[in-house]
Design a protein around this ligand. Structure first.
Ligand SMILES: Cc1cc2nc3c(=O)[nH]c(=O)nc-3n(C[C@H](O)[C@H](O)[C@H](O)COP(=O)(O)O)c2cc1C
Length: 167
């Protein structure tokens, strides 16, 4: 039986989406069944507000999305970094899921230059939702050069594949 993974991400201006979609493509090329979930904000907020929400570790509502963990072997979660922290939409997703039931969770983020507390915040969010935070990967779009997306996507997938049971 094939392995199943959920790749869920939020993206406002497209970087995290581009990385998330490339991760899905590479996982599928490894014959993993992938549910790709793009989180959508329930309401439009200005940049200052979303930055402030991230800094204060607040949540922001997301639209209804199907996320069934039944038979899933791995979760891959991605977010932009705002004010050094993950965007508020990933917190809302994890709150909605409630219990990750010990699933391994590979993390990725995108930022311009610096991701400060993003890794520790994401790890904490996954732990408190009952998941096992695994490797964290970041694409620093202004620093990493043109092949940054491809390199980060490949390393997310390399670390994901070894976490999956042999099919
Ligand atoms: C409100 C706001 C705050 C941001 N804060 C940071 C930051 O702390 N560090 C950083 O390197 N980039 C920061 N950025 C840049 C974004 O992290 C970067 O553009 C990211 O790739 C956006 O992801 P997206 O295109 O998927 O929305 C910020 C952008 C916005 C709009």
């Amino acid at each position: 039986m094939s392995n199943r993974a959920i790749v869920a991400f939020y993206s406002r201006s497209g970087h995290t989406r581009a990385l998330g979609l490339e991760i899905c493509r590479l996982l599928e090329a490894e014959t993993v069944l992938v549910d790709c979930i793009e989180l959508e904000a329930e309401r439009e907020l200005g940049l200052l507000t979303v930055g402030a929400r991230s800094l204060t570790h607040s949540k922001e509502p997301i639209k209804e999305c199907e996320m069934d963990l039944e038979g899933v072997n791995l979760l891959v979660l991605g977010t932009p970094v705002w004010g050094g922290s993950p965007g508020p939409y990933m917190r809302s997703l994890l709150e909605r899921v409630g219990d990750l039931k010990g699933l391994p969770v590979v993390l990725f983020a995108t930022c311009a230059y610096g991701d400060r507390k993003a890794e520790s915040d994401l790890r904490e969010m996954v732990r408190t939702t009952g998941g096992r935070p695994m490797e964290y990967h970041v694409w620093r779009t202004r620093k990493d050069g043109g092949d940054g997306l491809a390199r980060v996507a490949a390393s997310v997938v390399d670390t994901s594949i070894v976490l999956l049971p042999r099919p």
